[in-house]
Design a protein around this ligand. Structure first.
Ligand code: FE
Length: 273
Protein backbone atom coordinates (compact mmCIF):
# COMPACT_ATOMS: atom_id res chain seq x y z
CA UNK A 1 0.00 0.00 0.00
CA UNK A 2 2.86 2.42 0.76
CA UNK A 3 4.28 2.14 -2.76
CA UNK A 4 0.84 2.25 -4.38
CA UNK A 5 -0.22 5.30 -2.38
CA UNK A 6 3.13 7.01 -2.99
CA UNK A 7 2.60 6.58 -6.73
CA UNK A 8 -0.79 8.25 -6.25
CA UNK A 9 0.78 11.32 -4.61
CA UNK A 10 1.18 10.44 -0.93
CA UNK A 11 4.21 12.12 0.67
CA UNK A 12 6.60 10.49 3.17
CA UNK A 13 5.79 12.94 6.01
CA UNK A 14 2.06 12.31 5.69
CA UNK A 15 2.42 8.56 6.36
CA UNK A 16 3.83 9.42 9.80
CA UNK A 17 1.16 12.07 10.42
CA UNK A 18 -1.64 9.66 9.54
CA UNK A 19 -0.56 7.25 12.30
CA UNK A 20 -1.32 9.95 14.92
CA UNK A 21 -4.49 11.53 13.53
CA UNK A 22 -6.84 9.37 15.66
CA UNK A 23 -5.47 10.96 18.86
CA UNK A 24 -7.74 13.93 18.01
CA UNK A 25 -10.94 11.83 18.20
CA UNK A 26 -13.19 12.77 21.13
CA UNK A 27 -16.63 11.17 21.18
CA UNK A 28 -19.29 9.13 19.41
CA UNK A 29 -23.04 9.89 19.25
CA UNK A 30 -24.24 6.40 20.27
CA UNK A 31 -21.38 4.04 21.24
CA UNK A 32 -19.60 4.43 24.62
CA UNK A 33 -16.50 2.40 23.60
CA UNK A 34 -15.82 4.38 20.45
CA UNK A 35 -14.46 7.76 19.39
CA UNK A 36 -15.27 8.95 15.90
CA UNK A 37 -15.32 11.63 13.25
CA UNK A 38 -16.83 11.53 9.81
CA UNK A 39 -16.95 13.52 6.60
CA UNK A 40 -18.58 13.18 3.18
CA UNK A 41 -16.60 13.27 -0.05
CA UNK A 42 -17.82 13.22 -3.65
CA UNK A 43 -15.70 11.25 -6.11
CA UNK A 44 -16.57 12.66 -9.54
CA UNK A 45 -15.29 10.74 -12.58
CA UNK A 46 -16.43 13.48 -15.00
CA UNK A 47 -13.74 15.86 -13.74
CA UNK A 48 -11.59 13.15 -12.09
CA UNK A 49 -11.70 14.97 -8.76
CA UNK A 50 -12.74 14.31 -5.22
CA UNK A 51 -14.16 17.09 -3.04
CA UNK A 52 -15.49 17.49 0.52
CA UNK A 53 -19.25 17.69 0.84
CA UNK A 54 -21.25 19.68 3.37
CA UNK A 55 -22.15 18.03 6.66
CA UNK A 56 -25.30 15.92 6.75
CA UNK A 57 -26.67 13.62 9.42
CA UNK A 58 -25.95 9.91 9.00
CA UNK A 59 -28.50 7.11 9.06
CA UNK A 60 -28.53 3.35 8.42
CA UNK A 61 -31.67 1.21 8.32
CA UNK A 62 -32.63 -2.39 9.01
CA UNK A 63 -33.76 -2.58 5.37
CA UNK A 64 -30.11 -2.05 4.39
CA UNK A 65 -29.10 -5.03 6.60
CA UNK A 66 -27.91 -2.85 9.52
CA UNK A 67 -29.75 -3.97 12.67
CA UNK A 68 -28.63 -2.22 15.86
CA UNK A 69 -30.17 -0.11 18.67
CA UNK A 70 -29.37 3.03 16.64
CA UNK A 71 -30.68 1.80 13.26
CA UNK A 72 -33.16 4.26 11.73
CA UNK A 73 -31.73 7.01 14.00
CA UNK A 74 -30.13 10.19 12.62
CA UNK A 75 -26.60 10.39 13.96
CA UNK A 76 -24.43 13.50 13.96
CA UNK A 77 -20.68 12.88 14.23
CA UNK A 78 -17.82 15.27 14.96
CA UNK A 79 -16.42 16.37 11.61
CA UNK A 80 -13.18 15.20 9.99
CA UNK A 81 -10.77 18.13 10.14
CA UNK A 82 -7.94 19.36 7.90
CA UNK A 83 -5.35 17.19 9.71
CA UNK A 84 -6.98 14.17 8.07
CA UNK A 85 -8.67 15.50 4.92
CA UNK A 86 -5.57 17.36 3.69
CA UNK A 87 -3.30 14.38 4.34
CA UNK A 88 -1.99 13.18 0.97
CA UNK A 89 -2.16 9.53 2.10
CA UNK A 90 -5.88 9.92 2.82
CA UNK A 91 -6.42 11.53 -0.58
CA UNK A 92 -4.42 8.75 -2.23
CA UNK A 93 -6.57 6.13 -0.44
CA UNK A 94 -9.68 7.79 -1.87
CA UNK A 95 -8.11 7.82 -5.36
CA UNK A 96 -7.05 4.16 -4.91
CA UNK A 97 -10.58 3.16 -4.00
CA UNK A 98 -12.05 5.03 -6.96
CA UNK A 99 -9.57 3.39 -9.37
CA UNK A 100 -10.46 -0.09 -8.08
CA UNK A 101 -14.25 0.24 -8.01
CA UNK A 102 -15.15 2.57 -10.87
CA UNK A 103 -16.57 0.79 -13.92
CA UNK A 104 -16.78 -2.65 -12.24
CA UNK A 105 -20.19 -4.37 -12.23
CA UNK A 106 -21.57 -5.24 -8.78
CA UNK A 107 -24.81 -6.41 -7.20
CA UNK A 108 -26.99 -3.32 -7.16
CA UNK A 109 -28.92 -1.93 -4.20
CA UNK A 110 -32.49 -0.68 -4.45
CA UNK A 111 -33.06 3.10 -4.62
CA UNK A 112 -29.49 4.01 -5.59
CA UNK A 113 -29.13 5.84 -8.91
CA UNK A 114 -26.61 3.86 -10.98
CA UNK A 115 -27.10 6.29 -13.91
CA UNK A 116 -25.36 9.03 -11.90
CA UNK A 117 -21.63 9.49 -12.45
CA UNK A 118 -20.63 10.44 -8.91
CA UNK A 119 -19.80 8.24 -5.96
CA UNK A 120 -20.73 9.49 -2.49
CA UNK A 121 -18.09 8.50 0.09
CA UNK A 122 -18.64 8.69 3.82
CA UNK A 123 -15.27 8.59 5.54
CA UNK A 124 -15.06 7.53 9.18
CA UNK A 125 -12.02 7.80 11.43
CA UNK A 126 -12.76 5.41 14.31
CA UNK A 127 -11.02 4.48 17.54
CA UNK A 128 -12.38 1.42 19.36
CA UNK A 129 -11.37 1.32 23.04
CA UNK A 130 -11.66 -1.60 25.46
CA UNK A 131 -11.39 -0.65 29.13
CA UNK A 132 -12.11 -2.54 32.36
CA UNK A 133 -15.80 -3.43 32.24
CA UNK A 134 -16.41 -2.09 28.71
CA UNK A 135 -15.62 -4.29 25.71
CA UNK A 136 -14.76 -2.45 22.50
CA UNK A 137 -16.70 -3.87 19.55
CA UNK A 138 -15.68 -2.75 16.06
CA UNK A 139 -19.07 -4.11 14.88
CA UNK A 140 -21.48 -4.26 17.84
CA UNK A 141 -24.26 -4.96 15.33
CA UNK A 142 -22.94 -8.47 14.56
CA UNK A 143 -23.55 -9.73 11.01
CA UNK A 144 -24.49 -6.73 8.87
CA UNK A 145 -24.01 -4.71 5.73
CA UNK A 146 -23.17 -1.02 5.62
CA UNK A 147 -25.92 0.07 3.23
CA UNK A 148 -23.45 1.05 0.51
CA UNK A 149 -21.88 -0.33 -2.66
CA UNK A 150 -18.32 -0.74 -1.39
CA UNK A 151 -16.85 -0.73 2.11
CA UNK A 152 -13.08 -0.20 2.40
CA UNK A 153 -11.37 -0.55 5.78
CA UNK A 154 -7.81 0.62 6.43
CA UNK A 155 -5.86 -0.11 9.61
CA UNK A 156 -3.90 2.75 11.19
CA UNK A 157 -2.64 1.38 14.50
CA UNK A 158 -3.39 -0.45 17.70
CA UNK A 159 -2.09 -0.43 21.28
CA UNK A 160 -2.27 -3.21 23.86
CA UNK A 161 -4.47 -5.34 21.54
CA UNK A 162 -4.16 -9.16 21.43
CA UNK A 163 -3.21 -10.86 18.14
CA UNK A 164 -6.61 -12.65 18.01
CA UNK A 165 -8.62 -9.41 18.25
CA UNK A 166 -10.71 -7.74 15.55
CA UNK A 167 -10.91 -10.43 12.89
CA UNK A 168 -13.26 -9.65 10.01
CA UNK A 169 -15.56 -12.41 8.69
CA UNK A 170 -17.36 -12.29 5.34
CA UNK A 171 -20.70 -14.08 5.21
CA UNK A 172 -23.02 -15.24 2.47
CA UNK A 173 -25.97 -12.86 2.06
CA UNK A 174 -28.30 -15.55 3.47
CA UNK A 175 -26.67 -15.30 6.95
CA UNK A 176 -29.01 -13.75 9.56
CA UNK A 177 -28.44 -10.09 10.46
CA UNK A 178 -27.36 -9.40 14.03
CA UNK A 179 -25.79 -12.80 14.78
CA UNK A 180 -22.63 -12.47 16.87
CA UNK A 181 -19.43 -13.25 14.93
CA UNK A 182 -18.94 -16.55 16.84
CA UNK A 183 -22.58 -17.67 16.46
CA UNK A 184 -22.61 -17.66 12.66
CA UNK A 185 -23.03 -20.67 10.37
CA UNK A 186 -19.52 -21.87 9.35
CA UNK A 187 -20.95 -22.99 5.99
CA UNK A 188 -21.89 -19.40 5.24
CA UNK A 189 -18.47 -17.91 6.13
CA UNK A 190 -16.97 -16.99 2.77
CA UNK A 191 -13.80 -15.27 3.91
CA UNK A 192 -11.77 -14.13 6.90
CA UNK A 193 -9.23 -11.32 7.17
CA UNK A 194 -7.34 -9.48 9.86
CA UNK A 195 -5.77 -6.04 9.66
CA UNK A 196 -2.38 -6.28 11.35
CA UNK A 197 -0.04 -3.64 9.93
CA UNK A 198 -0.24 0.05 9.09
CA UNK A 199 -2.43 0.54 5.96
CA UNK A 200 -3.63 -3.08 5.73
CA UNK A 201 -6.75 -2.56 3.63
CA UNK A 202 -9.85 -4.65 2.91
CA UNK A 203 -12.35 -3.78 0.17
CA UNK A 204 -15.74 -5.53 0.14
CA UNK A 205 -18.69 -5.32 -2.27
CA UNK A 206 -21.20 -4.53 0.44
CA UNK A 207 -24.33 -5.97 -1.22
CA UNK A 208 -22.60 -9.24 -2.21
CA UNK A 209 -21.22 -10.24 1.22
CA UNK A 210 -22.29 -9.40 4.77
CA UNK A 211 -19.61 -8.98 7.44
CA UNK A 212 -18.94 -9.21 11.16
CA UNK A 213 -15.96 -8.30 13.34
CA UNK A 214 -14.72 -9.85 16.60
CA UNK A 215 -14.03 -7.61 19.67
CA UNK A 216 -10.86 -5.80 20.77
CA UNK A 217 -9.23 -7.61 23.70
CA UNK A 218 -6.41 -6.14 25.84
CA UNK A 219 -3.03 -7.84 26.38
CA UNK A 220 -2.70 -6.08 29.76
CA UNK A 221 -6.11 -5.90 31.48
CA UNK A 222 -5.04 -2.90 33.53
CA UNK A 223 -4.54 -0.72 30.43
CA UNK A 224 -6.94 0.30 27.66
CA UNK A 225 -6.74 -1.58 24.34
CA UNK A 226 -7.04 0.68 21.31
CA UNK A 227 -7.65 0.08 17.59
CA UNK A 228 -7.62 2.97 15.09
CA UNK A 229 -9.16 2.61 11.62
CA UNK A 230 -10.29 4.52 8.57
CA UNK A 231 -13.56 3.28 7.04
CA UNK A 232 -14.57 4.39 3.56
CA UNK A 233 -18.20 3.78 2.55
CA UNK A 234 -19.01 4.54 -1.10
CA UNK A 235 -22.28 4.29 -2.94
CA UNK A 236 -24.16 5.89 -5.78
CA UNK A 237 -26.44 8.82 -4.86
CA UNK A 238 -29.89 7.88 -3.54
CA UNK A 239 -33.31 8.41 -5.14
CA UNK A 240 -36.61 9.36 -3.43
CA UNK A 241 -37.77 6.69 -1.01
CA UNK A 242 -34.24 5.88 0.26
CA UNK A 243 -33.67 6.49 3.99
CA UNK A 244 -30.69 8.78 3.17
CA UNK A 245 -32.36 10.70 0.31
CA UNK A 246 -32.75 13.90 2.36
CA UNK A 247 -29.16 13.72 3.59
CA UNK A 248 -27.38 13.16 0.29
CA UNK A 249 -26.42 16.68 -0.80
CA UNK A 250 -23.56 17.17 -3.29
CA UNK A 251 -22.93 20.77 -2.18
CA UNK A 252 -19.27 21.44 -1.27
CA UNK A 253 -18.38 22.03 2.40
CA UNK A 254 -17.92 25.78 2.92
CA UNK A 255 -16.08 25.81 6.25
CA UNK A 256 -13.83 22.79 5.54
CA UNK A 257 -13.17 22.90 1.78
CA UNK A 258 -10.95 20.21 0.25
CA UNK A 259 -10.47 18.85 -3.24
CA UNK A 260 -7.93 16.68 -4.99
CA UNK A 261 -7.27 15.22 -8.42
CA UNK A 262 -7.68 11.52 -9.18
CA UNK A 263 -4.69 10.43 -11.32
CA UNK A 264 -5.38 8.56 -14.54
CA UNK A 265 -3.92 5.07 -14.65
CA UNK A 266 -3.02 3.83 -18.13
CA UNK A 267 -3.02 0.08 -18.82
CA UNK A 268 0.49 0.29 -20.32
CA UNK A 269 1.95 1.91 -17.18
CA UNK A 270 0.19 -0.68 -15.01
CA UNK A 271 1.80 -3.48 -17.00
CA UNK A 272 5.19 -1.76 -16.93
CA UNK A 273 4.98 -1.36 -13.14
FE1 FE B 1 -19.56 -2.66 8.59
Amino acid sequence: MVSLLSSLGATDEDFERLKLVSDQLESDPTLPFRKSRNGRICLDPRVRRGYRLEKQPFILSCEEDFVRHDSETLRSFDEVQDDLQLNTVLQALLAFKFLVIHGVDIARRPRLDYARAEWICTLFNLRTVTTTGLLGEPALEGVHSDGVDHTMTTFLSSRNMTAESAETFLHDMSEVNGKRWHETDPELVKGKAQHRGFLDTLLVVDHEYKHSVSPVHPIDDAEPAIRDMLIFFTRKPTVAGHVSFRYDSVVPHRALPMSFGIPAVHPESAIAA
